[in-house]
Design a protein around this ligand. Structure first.
Ligand code: ADP
Ligand code: MG
Ligand code: MG
Length: 250
């Protein structure tokens, strides 16, 4: 699904990613962990195609197609989803209307007509039920006055509706509370299938108690310096990152 080869990227002329190699196959869940400032969010942004980030070497293949030259929107249409891509508050635009617009834009890019209203409604109901969402939530204004948990709820709902091939969830530093953690974990577990793949970026091992990753990668100073299975996350929880830094710098 995704193959990243020797990826170097910089932002504002500063080199951040310094040779990332990563292969993600359909059906897999990969966790990316690492100390603050190691380049985790940058990697997510580069895969999603955010403009500020410049690829200076290497490439990113999605289904064997080089996507480096594609705009973020085009990548989204090819099935790449990055959480918090739409963090804006839009007063007067409901959670539902926003996602309808996104879905129809997606279809338009593929030369398809708008999704018929009844089909859209059915899809919304189905996903809302799957994610145990309150109907009232769907008519609220996008992100307006949302709690941390509600923002996560909306993000996971967007992911469910857009049904991405590759979902990248960057759980940043925003101190996920237990509620938000549970929403993200349940959502991912319900939505993952043999045809899609998930990259979860986190520095909280506890999220990985609920989403069990097939691989855990440690990103440090712009490189993946260690890869293991779920037990690596536990080891990091216990020992922190210093031993990794020592290994790298030895
Ligand atoms: P992480 O997510 O692992 O904490 P980031 O990818 O956010 O790390 O940041 C890695 C480095 O890149 C940091 O030094 C950060 O200051 C820098 N950086 C990231 N994005 C930008 C940006 N848009 N402008 C300037 N510097 C950036
Ligand atoms: Mg980050
Ligand atoms: Mg580019």
């Amino acid at each position: 699904m995704l193959k990243i080869n020797n990826l170097h990227a910089s932002v504002e002329g500063k080199s951040i990613l310094k040779g990332i190699n990563l292969e993600v196959k359909a059906g897999e869940v990969h966790a990316i962990m690492g100390p603050n400032g190691s380049g985790k969010s940058t990697l997510a942004s580069v895969i999603a195609g955010k403009e500020e980030y410049e690829v200076t070497e290497g490439n990113i293949l999605l289904h064997e197609e080089d996507i480096d030259e594609l705009a973020a929107e085009e990548r989204a249409h090819k099935g790449v989803f990055l959480s918090f891509q739409y963090p804006v508050e839009i007063p007067g635009v409901s959670v539902t209307n926003f996602i309808k617009t996104a879905i129809n834009a997606n279809r338009k890019a593929k030369g398809l007509e708008d999704m018929p209203a009844n089909e859209m409604l059915k899809l919304i109901r189905e996903k809302a039920e799957l994610l145990e969402m309150d109907r009232k939530f769907l008519s609220r204004s996008l992100n307006e006055g949302f709690s941390g948990g509600e923002k996560k709820r909306n993000e996971i709902f967007q992911m469910a509706m857009l049904d991405p091939k590759l979902a990248i969830l960057d759980e940043t530093d925003s101190g996920l509370d237990i509620d938000a953690l549970r929403i993200v974990a349940n959502g991912v577990n319900k939505l993952k299938s043999k045809d899609n793949a998930v990259i979860v970026i986190t520095h909280y091992q506890r999220l990985l108690d609920h989403i069990v990753p097939d691989y855990v990668h440690v990103l440090y100073n712009g490189r993946i310096v260690k890869t293991g299975d779920a037990s690596l996350a536990h080891e990091l929880e216990e020992k922190g990152y210093d031993w990794i830094k020592e290994e790298v710098n030895a």
